[in-house]
Design a protein around this ligand. Structure first.
Ligand code: NAD
Ligand code: UDP
Ligand code: UDP
Length: 447
């Protein structure tokens, strides 16, 4: 089945990716990639009001609409459209007339799923998948780093509920599965209020485990590669205990996640709670908050704005980046498997940050050139101070995920980046200030 999308993505073995997910462990998580794209690429489509001129270019709303219809094929009927008025920087929102089709599941197959942090980057992609699959989804979020607009396309759907709640406070609900994702994840965000980050990791996880104990729901926590700290073992297998500074700038997050794992296994041993622990490595994709300070969003936004790319330190530190769909596949597989040990979920393609800056610059240049855009100068790579305790290297050993879950990443880093950058450019006509504003709306869903 060929993809209907203008974006063609090949997996690591050169096969076109037309769907994500698997039918595994009695849980089918497969959905067409185009159905997902219609949700995150233009979930809230914005056209510019007729009277506008941007950088001297008149925007033609009819042409924009036609381009949109072509881009989304039959899926535009399920999307809302809003009008942006640059002259007074205002926006007129519409609401959805119809929701995208979701699977009709037999009651025995339909899960009641709680997703904490479901309005964030990872959470909103998980919610899209679970909703399309026909499950009942409740999102719990305090909107600290997430936004209502990342899931607004589901608000009002009979299978969906959005609750503003801080997980530090107890919460009662009946459910079958809990994906506990609530926690700021970008270093500037989690260091903004370190005490709150520790409270969220400890008290939030305690409450969600108490809820899992009471309801007998299966509990999955999104832990992190940061539990390995600045690792002395490379790549990092799950049985490596880590090398973490317990009082440094990153400790609120690293130690928070470590104690959250401790609590999780405490509840498993003491109370028989059915637990899953995902150690997630650096993940990127659409709906990342472009201002959250993580390296992928920073570099893409800088390059598109024509600003220099800021590499921290000398750029020799490494990271391994996975695309969001691989992560969601891994999380769903883990949740529905029998594997209760921690499992690394990440992509083994390792880059120095210096190399990564060059890759992002090259991809943005390619996309700009295909769009006929000629930036007045080439963006440079500049060097800034390395933050304290920045891990020197990071790469997952994913043998356990491969053996236990039969999961391995399908997206190359380049494919993911090309999709992320090229779709933004294809869906916008002008690489300009308005385009940049819209990047925000596309990535974050109009935050
Ligand atoms: P994000 O900041 O986009 O999402 C986190 C969500 O949690 C946001 O919607 C935020 O508002 C919500 N939240 C934060 N504190 C809360 C609280 N006290 N109560 C209720 N909601 C709260 O980050 P993300 O990248 O989507 O990360 C999601 C999870 O995955 C986090 O637990 C993070 O530690 C983990 N993780 C992510 C990555 C990655 O690369 N994205 C890597 C490792 C681990
Ligand atoms: N908790 C919750 N929702 C529930 C059940 C428990 O938020 O449905 C909270 C509860 O308020 C407590 C925490 O989870 O703060 C741990 O619960 P547990 O039953 O393990 O501990 P206890 O209440 O006995 O201290
Ligand atoms: N980084 C960078 N420039 C930026 C943002 C981050 O060089 O504009 C570096 C950062 O110092 C780290 C790596 O990129 O070495 C990954 O940073 P990120 O904040 O994305 O994630 P983490 O450090 O938590 O892996």
């Amino acid at each position: 089945m060929p993809s209907t999308s203008p974006v063609k993505v090949l997996d690591k073995s050169g096969q076109e990716i037309v769907s994500v997910g698997f039918d595994r462990f009695g849980f089918n998580s497969e959905v067409p990639i185009d159905a997902l794209r219609s949700l995150y690429l233009r979930s809230h489509y914005v056209v510019t009001s007729t009277s506008d001129k941007v950088d001297g270019d008149s925007l033609d709303p009819d042409a924009e609409e036609q381009q949109h219809a072509k881009f989304t094929k039959g899926l535009s009927a399920y999307q809302s459209k809003s009008i942006f008025y640059p002259e007074d920087n205002s926006i007129s929102y519409t609401t959805l007339a119809r929701f995208p089709p979701v699977k009709l599941l037999a009651p025995s197959q339909r899960k009641r799923v709680l997703v904490t942090g479901g309005a964030g980057f990872v959470g909103s992609h998980l919610v899209d998948r679970l909703m399309l699959l026909g499950h009942d989804v409740t999102v719990l979020d305090n909107f600290f780093t997430g936004s209502r607009t990342t899931v607004s396309h589901w608000v009002g759907h009979p299978n969906f509920e959005l609750v503003r709640h801080d997980v530090v406070e107890p919460f009662m609900i009946e459910c079958d599965q809990i994906y506990h994702l609530a926690c700021p994840a970008s270093p500037p965000h989690y260091q903004f209020n370190p005490v709150k980050t520790v409270k969220t990791s400890f008290m939030g996880t305690l409450n969600m485990l108490g809820l899992a104990k009471r309801t007998k729901a299966r509990f999955l926590i999104s832990s992190t590669s940061e539990v390995y700290g600045d690792p002395e073992v490379h790549p990092q297998p799950e049985d490596y205990w880590g090398h973490v500074n317990p009082i440094g700038d990153r400790a609120c997050y690293d130690e928070g996640k470590r104690v959250a794992e401790t609590l999780t296994y405490g509840y498993q041993r003491q109370d028989g709670v059915d637990v899953r622990v995902a150690r997630i490595f650096n993940t990127y994709g659409p709906r990342m908050n472009p201002y959250d300070g993580r390296v992928v969003s920073n570099f893409i936004v800088q390059a598109l704005k024509g600003e220099d790319l800021t590499v921290y330190g000398d750029g020799t530190q490494t990271r391994s980046f996975q695309y969001i769909h691989d992560l969601i596949d891994g999380l769903i597989c883990l949740m529905n498997s029998d594997e209760s040990r921690p499992v690394n979920i990440g992509n083994g393609d390792e880059f120095t940050i210096g190399e990564f800056a060059e890759l992002v610059r090259e991809i943005v240049e390619k996309v700009q050139s295909e769009a006929g855009d000629r930036p007045s100068r080439r963006v440079q790579i500049i060097y800034k101070t390395l933050p304290n305790d920045d891990p020197q290297k990071r790469r997952p050993d994913t043998s356990r995920a491969k053996e236990s879950l039969k999961w391995q990443p399908r997206w190359t880093v380049r494919m993911g980046l090309e999709e992320m950058v090229s779709i933004l450019a294809q869906s916008q006509k002008v690489l300009s200030l308005t385009f940049y504003v819209r990047i925000g709306t596309v990535i974050t869903g109009c935050r």
